[in-house]
Ligand binder design. Structure first.
Ligand SMILES: Cc1cc2nc3c(=O)[nH]c(=O)nc-3n(C[C@H](O)[C@H](O)[C@H](O)COP(=O)(O)O)c2cc1C
Length: 340
């Protein structure tokens, strides 16, 4: 892999320190946690390893106050990282116990995980091999449906107690979600403070930053990506962006909405955990995901989504379909996210 900021993706299970100390093993597991998705690749996590325990902490300096004051996406992203960590732990036959929010829900500690050697936990399906393959795919999807059995498998990947996945394959349902997505772009991208906050995370294709979104993730050429941050932060591009993304959504074979029965910080972390399980399952099935949190962040649009699907709290909107794999985005290395 040529780009230095992509080397995190080169992790190999063969390098697991089988003869190392427990803390060395936990540090290796973190190589999988840090590959989790996060909106917009802020990687809002810090970790502390001590005596067989690892603390997963929110890095509030990576929040986007003008994009999402509630930090809902941030908590979901931390939940995604936790799922990767536990799936990796299970793969290497580690037992674990998870204590959520040990200092209360306002604290920065999202979870404290104690690992023990030789456990045989099976809380998750074996999705380990798909952690390094998973990626967000913003490309055009093939004009072919997703098989009914695969859609069923995706629905079953989400824990049916608190969470639920609805999948719309009919043109009217997809068009309705596309319309809601378009409205969210027009409302949010029309807002200068929102654009400035988001623009901080948009990068030229060749930038050596370890986080954020390179223009190539949106299909921009190197040249376009140099102008991208300036144009995005300075001008209102909401109409063209809305038109493009609505078109992609209408033309995709399926649109999903993951929703929950509850709405609080703990539910957001769990929503992230369920969502990452779903995303890895989709990767196993060869189904690509493109993600949208914008409509969920606007109360009236979220209500519209909830009513259309007869659900309580939509958490994320997903475009689904088939496409060739896209290039990975940068990740900070474990040593960059470990704190004393
Ligand atoms: C909870 C959550 C919400 C997200 N929301 C959006 C979104 O609204 N728009 C978008 O383009 N990507 C969204 N993403 C995708 C991230 O931008 C993506 O995960 C990140 O850039 C890393 O890329 P990767 O998924 O290919 O590893 C979201 C991801 C997560 C986990």
């Amino acid at each position: 892999m040529a780009q230095k900021n992509l080397i995190a993706w080169d992790v190999s299970a063969e390098d697991y320190p089988a003869d190392g100390s427990l803390d060395e093993k936990i540090k290796f597991l973190l190589k999988y946690a840090i590959l989790a998705p996060s909106g917009p690749n802020t990687q809002p996590w810090k970790y502390r390893i001590q005596d067989g325990q690892v603390a997963l902490m929110a890095d509030f300096s990576r929040a986007l106050p003008d994009v999402e004051p509630s930090n809902r996406t941030m908590y979901m992203s931390l939940g995604c990282a936790l799922t990767n960590l536990l799936i990796a732990g299970e793969h290497f036959e580690m037992g674990y116990r998870v204590k959520h929010f040990p200092d209360g829900v306002e604290g920065e500690k999202i979870a404290e995980i104690s690992f023990q050697e030789g456990g045989r936990m099976r809380q998750f399906p074996d999705l380990f091999d798909f952690i390094t393959e998973r990626h967000t795919n913003r490309g055009v999807y093939d004009d072919r449906p997703i098989e009914a059995e695969k859609i069923q498998t995706l629905k079953e990947a989400v824990d049916g107690g608190v969470f639920r996945l609805d999948v719309l394959t009919d043109p009217e349902g997809r068009a309705q979600m596309a319309e809601i997505l378009g409205q969210s772009h027009r409302i949010q991208l029309g807002n200068k403070a929102f654009r400035k906050d988001l623009a901080r995370w948009i990068r030229p294709n060749t930038a050596d930053a370890w986080d954020g979104l390179p223009g190539y993730a949106f299909g921009y050429s190197d040249f376009e990506s140099y102008l991208g941050q300036f144009i995005f932060g300075t001008f209102d591009t909401s109409t063209s962006r809305a038109r493009k993304e609505m078109g992609l959504m209408k033309a995709s074979p399926a649109v999903g909405v993951m929703s929950s029965q509850k709405e609080d910080k703990m539910t957001w972390v769990q929503a992230g955990m369920e969502f990452e399980k779903l995303f890895l399952t989709a990767t196993r099935l060869g189904v690509r995901f493109d993600l949208f949190s914008q409509p969920v962040a606007i109360e009236e649009l979220r209500r519209e989504m909830a009513q259309a699907l007869n659900v309580k709290y939509p958490q994320i909107l997903i475009r689904m379909g088939y496409a060739p794999p896209a290039k990975h985005t940068p990740r900070r290395l474990v040593d960059m996210v470990l704190v004393e």
